[in-house]
Design a protein around this ligand. Sequence first.
Ligand SMILES: [Zn+2]
Length: 226
Amino acid sequence: MFIGHYGPAVWDAHRANGVRLWHGFLAVQAIDIVTMVLGILGIEGRTPPDTHPLAFDIPYSHSLVGSLLISLAAALLYRAFRPGAGRKGMVVIGLLAFSHWVLDLVVHRPDMPIWPGGDMLLGLGLWNFAWPAYGLEVLLLGGMIAWWLGVTKGPLWTAVASWALVTFMSVMQFFIMTKPTLDYQQSGILPPPPDGVGLSVAGLVVFFVFAGVIALIERGRTVKAA
Ligand SMILES: [Zn+2]
């Protein structure tokens, strides 16, 4: 999953002292951020997918055990850097980080082991159904933004910018995930394997740009009084 991961990010952002939406944006992608770092280090993504354009070599970051450890680390980091968020903030960040694994379980083809190197690979494979998968991801992101705009208030530009971001991300989703799947299913030809390091760097940049853009928008909005 890509943009759909952001759906849960809004969980605590409607409270005046809740976990900020942009913190949620980073938390829900913590597992993929680790994937990108491991890709740059050459530890993951070494075996190019040979069965499907969306089959990944992610034995550490996306194993159940690895994901739990990353979520725990994200929670502890948040506790260290935002002690004011308290124990609840720490728990929210940890669960947001782990939501990544749960949502990936739905869409990934079986490429997620229980532990690194484990034989049993998990993944329900919704990505095989390109359009329903696309609809789910856009709905999770768009629904989240719609809800967030409803529980916060701010000038018109913040709403316009929010929907522009949703549109941009949905277009990205189509070209990165949906179109390669449709092309493969039609032609049976796998696209050439991407440059793993380049893709990892690009992924990192994208995650931090999304978080930065939503942080700017978030500065323009305040939580509505209950
Ligand atoms: Zn992932």
